[in-house]
Design a protein around this ligand. Structure first.
Ligand code: HXC
Length: 515
């Protein structure tokens, strides 16, 4: 005896799970892409996916849509677990009308956005879509508006993660842009507001889709992407790794991992890392990896504004956000791109209870008309705003140069560092020795027999007097001058000393960060 209702359910389920059919699935695989459903299986812990709205269908009738079969309306939605923690997910199905977004497709995404916010769980969007469903017109546009609104509402409450695994064009790029993290797959993931053909028509420029909106363009040039993966599998693995550093929502602490790495691990080579010559570079990542738990550094936006390094890591199994000037690139100066990179990361960490560790070695802001006309004043102000606004524990270690406004900006005590330490090689002063000598000894240098020699001598005099951590330490702006070998131990203790820190800010509707 058959069971007609169950048979009917099975028939419908088979139709839904067949997605856009064998031919289109084969085309998806040929392009090196997984299907929407395969991606969810790879992303989540085994057998944890619970689908929502599989039977949802569009309601449009125009342009032959009344006869179109659109399984799951082109997007698979639901929840599941990653490292046994609840997450919500939507995965656009390019085999069904190119993953295009119509009214009901959008409604399914909104539904998981609403549930994720209510449940206080991260949401992960797997994007692979031709954009607004052309047959649905303004209903599709409205759907995007509803999604953007929810992205903004959830911002700073639950982590929102985007993976770009196919096209993402036009206004469709703005939901990803409103999220906390964008991971792009090289060669298949592409994002742009207007595509190559429109650009050719309007400006006459010739550019390929990959050059314009591929993963490397967005990692290195625009700063839109945080991470790039070689294929779908690697991108989904990066999502799983990212989640090990962040809590489920802004009311929770990040997960604590068991680690086997002594907090007082000594790193003797740090004593000789900073070159005697102040103009010689070194790699600040050596310091970062020495201080963090082994293999825990997860760099973000590597390739963009490399004069500043940002990333997540762990100390004693607890998450920490690291910000560090990189003396190897542009001498570690702060410029517009480094400022926006820094400020957004600091605000992300602050939103999700991740303490901040700042490693300082910067000669100052990058000089030049391009920087001034580009708005370094308002972009640089973001750094001050973000650090001063942040209430998570803030620990600063000054490694070498900390001059002028850049000393202040890099989470100085005055700006709000809870604890500030310095290596004996630190040079904390209002400006660099040469610049300072040129101003305060101007007449003496001009009148000297050998001005170059006089400038050198006077710079040295200034350096001996001020370019050390001790004046700042005497005045209480530096809490401790530490042996570089023991940096990890000191930072770990500082973070432990601040673990239960609570700090509040005046009530306001919201601040007005310079944009
Ligand atoms: C409806 C679409 C579609 C769309 C693709 N398809 N995009 N259907 N609406 N926006 C369908 C195709 O008709 C095709 O159907 C299938 O998806 C696969 O598309 P192909 O073109 O065969 O794939 P491919 O060669 O890989 O090219 C992918 C593509 C291209 C680059 C995305 O399809 C494309 O340019 N699409 C249009 C993109 C676009 O202009 N979208 C609107 C952007 S404006 P069959 O049946 O043949 O498989 C926008 C505004 C949002 O999004 C504003 C928000 C504020």
């Amino acid at each position: 005896m058959g069971n007609a209702p169950l048979d009917e359910l099975k028939k419908r389920q088979d139709h839904i799970e067949a997605m856009g059919g064998k031919k289109r699935i084969a085309r998806q695989h040929q392009a090196g892409k997984l299907t929407a459903r395969e991606r969810i299986q790879v992303l989540l812990d085994e057998d944890t996916f619970e689908e929502i709205g599989a039977h949802v269908q569009h309601r449009s009738t125009l342009f032959g849509m009344d006869r179109a079969a659109v399984p799951a309306d082109g997007v698979v939605t639901g929840f599941g677990r990653i490292h046994d923690r609840l997450v919500y997910v939507f995965s656009q199905d390019f085999t069904v009308l190119g993953g295009s977004l119509g009214e009901m497709h959008a409604a399914k995404i909104q539904r998981v956005q609403d549930l994720a916010l209510k449940a206080g769980a991260p949401i992960i969007g797997l994007n692979d879509s031709g954009g607004a469903r052309i047959q649905e017109g303004v209903d599709a546009l409205n759907g995007y508006g509803e999604i953007f609104k929810r992205n903004t509402r959830a911002s700073g409450v639950i982590p929102q993660i985007t993976v770009i695994l196919g096209p993402s064009a036009g206004g469709a790029v703005y939901s990803p842009a409103l999220t906390d993290l964008i991971i792009m797959v090289r060669t298949t993931g592409q994002m742009f507001i207007t595509g190559p053909q429109v650009i050719k028509t309007v400006t006459g420029e010739t550019v390929t889709a990959e050059e314009l909106g591929g993963a490397d363009a967005h990692l290195r040039r625009s700063g839109v992407a945080h991470l790039v993966a070689r294929d779908d599998g690697e991108a989904l693995e990066l999502v799983r790794r990212f989640l090990t550093y962040v809590p489920n929502n802004n009311r929770e602490e990040p997960p604590i991992l068991e680690i086997d790495d002594a907090l007082d691990r000594e790193e003797a080579y740090l004593r000789n890392l900073v070159p005697v010559d102040p103009n010689k570079p070194y790699d600040v990542k050596t310091v970062i990896t020495a201080v963090l738990d082994r293999d825990s550094f997860f760099e973000l936006q590597a390739g963009y504004a490399d004069n500043l390094v940002i990333g997540l890591g762990r100390i004693g199994g607890r998450a920490v956000g690291v910000v560090a000037n990189q003396p190897r690139v542009l001498a570690g100066t702060l410029d517009i791109n480094a400022s926006t990179k820094l400020a957004r990361f600091v605000r992300f960490c602050d939103a999700f209870n991740i303490p901040l560790l700042t490693l300082v070695d910067t000669p100052g802001y990058l000089p030049g008309t391009a920087q001034e006309f580009g708005g370094i004043i308002r972009h640089g102000a973001k750094v001050l705003y973000a650090y001063a606004e942040a209430t998570v524990p803030k620990v600063t270690v000054i490694l070498r140069k900390a001059y002028g406004g850049a000393y202040l900006a890099m989470c100085s005590r005055g700006l709000g560092a809870d604890l500030s330490m310095a290596w004996p090689t630190a040079e904390i002063a209002v400006m660099g020795p040469e610049g300072a000598a040129n101003i305060i000894f101007r007449d003496e240098i001009a009148q000297a027999e050998d001005p170059a020699l006089a400038r050198h001598d006077k710079s040295q005099e200034y350096r001996d007097q001020f370019a050390s951590p001790y004046v700042a330490a005497q005045h209480g702006y530096v809490d401790a001058v530490i042996d570089p070998r023991d940096t990890r131990a000191h930072v770990a203790r500082a973070l432990m000393g601040l673990f239960n820190k609570k700090e509040s800010r005046p009530d306001k509707r919201h601040g007005n960060i310079p944009l």
